[in-house]
Design a protein around this ligand. Structure first.
Ligand code: NAD
Ligand code: MG
Length: 398
């Protein structure tokens, strides 16, 4: 077996971050934690420091960083505490680091993930928003940096496992005719349309199959998550919008499929547990135990498939529309979605106002080409400002 891998976990206190550390703890002989990071959860980060003894712990929030420094000073741990966005970039690009788990949620993950790409790290990409916002710039950085990009999102991990090992982004050359992303349909797959008006953040976050952070849980309930994943698949596999199909599969057993020109379909199946794709990417191209029970096919018994209902889930259509528009449209979509989801979680807007707000922002802002990162950041700012402005206007007129 190869030497010990030094790992930075961006967003270690989140759902993906915790699952990553669960897998790492099972293989202490293979992995050492170089850095752990969080926004402001210093208590949990301190516990993680006790267990994994990283060289660095980074918090975005200064007060939380100060608290963590005090806790560490009172312990015998050698972990150094850093603070802020530049520190996140630093622990992603540090020469000692072999691999970076990119598991910050939202646009905040962009800069450190990009830093890892530029530094040529192996990137375990959970932060889909990076690809949605900045696909062209990020993929260029991955190529220029010589970085190995491994998808953690269960669908994309399944597609990656079902593509030929030497797949180089040419669907035709590999005989691939379609990529099929499965979707559970979320908690409101069968809710009467009239009932969607009044659903609460708690109901939206209670996903039937997966336990995840709040933002992605709401995205799953609106199916914007699948929309973001369509854009993610476009960049990861160089697949045009027309070659990506979404299939609703409520059991979440088939994590996605690849269709070939000869009529074959290859899929990856498993229990819905993110430790499987995480372990796959950590050990790639080897396989390691993830702590996940094998799928009991007899117990599963049935697999169902339906087409997505775009009236119920307008966010999915909006994401396809943004992908086809290209340029800054996906960054605007992502920005408006982040503002809308935060406002819904904060009970400022209703569940059905989420797609409405995104649609209005998309139609209000012009789309321009993306050449450099500043184009992406400008579109992100414009999308957020337009979303806030629209919410203010509605609040005033209501
Ligand atoms: P989460 O909310 O549980 O955790 C987010 C992590 O990011 C936390 O450690 C938090 O401290 C950190 N963070 C949040 N805002 C930050 C900021 N502004 N600056 C720095 N750090 C910040 O989220 P999650 O469910 O673990 O999802 C993480 C990413 O993985 C998302 O992009 C999500 O779409 C993707 N993903 C998650 C799952 C899942 O099962 N949870 C599955 C597929 C993809
Ligand atoms: Mg997914």
């Amino acid at each position: 077996m190869s030497r010990v891998i030094q790992l930075t976990v961006l967003g270690s206190t989140g759902s993906i971050g915790k699952s990553t550390l669960d897998v790492v703890a099972r293989h202490a002989d293979r992995y050492r934690v170089f850095a752990l990071t969080a926004q402001r959860q210093d208590e949990l980060l301190f516990e993680q420091c006790q267990q994994f003894k990283p060289r660095f712990a980074v918090l975005l929030d200064e007060a939380a960083a100060q608290r963590l420094r005090q806790r560490l000073a009172a312990s015998d741990l050698q972990t150094e505490v850093l603070c802020g966005m530049e520190a996140l970039e630093q622990v992603s690009a540090a020469p000692e680091v072999d691999a970076v788990m990119a598991a910050i949620v939202g646009a905040a993950g962009l800069r450190p993930t990009l830093a890892a790409a530029r530094a040529g790290k192996k990137i375990l990409l959970a932060n889909k928003e990076t690809l949605v916002m900045a696909g062209v710039v990020f993929m260029d950085a991955v190529r220029a940096g010589g970085s190995l990009l491994l998808p953690i999102d269960s669908e994309h991990n399944a597609v990656f496992q079902s593509l030929p090992r030497d797949y180089a982004g040419d669907m035709n050359a590999s005989g691939v005719s379609k990529i099929l992303l499965t979707a559970s349909g979320g908690p409101f797959r069968n809710t009467p349309l009239s009932g969607l008006q009044n659903v609460t953040p708690e109901q939206a976050c209670a996903h039937p199959n997966w336990s995840m952070g709040k933002k992605i849980s709401v995205d799953s309930a609106t199916m914007m998550n699948k929309g973001l994943e369509v854009i993610e698949a476009h960049w990861l596999f160089n697949a045009p919008a027309d070659a990506i199909e979404v299939v609703v599969h409520p059991q979440s057993v088939i994590h996605s499929l690849v269709q070939y020109v000869d009529g074959s379909m290859l899929a990856q199946l498993g229990n819905p547990d993110m430790r499987t794709p995480i372990a796959y990417a950590l050990a790639y191209p080897e396989r390691i135990a993830a702590g996940v029970a094998p799928l009991d096919l007899i117990k599963v018994a049935q697999l169902n498939f339906t087409a997505p209902d775009l009236e119920r889930f307008p966010c999915l259509a909006l994401a396809f529309q943004a992908l086809r528009a290209g340029g800054t449209a996906p960054a605007i979509l992502n920005a408006a979605n982040e503002v809308a989801v935060a406002a819904f979680l904060d009970r400022q807007i209703s569940f059905i106002a989420v797609p409405r707000l995104i649609e209005e922002v998309l139609s209000a802002l012009p789309v321009s080409p993306v050449k450099v990162m500043e184009d992406v950041l400008a579109a992100d700012r414009a999308g957020r400002e337009a979303a806030h402005e629209l919410m203010r206007r509605v609040a005033v007129s209501a």
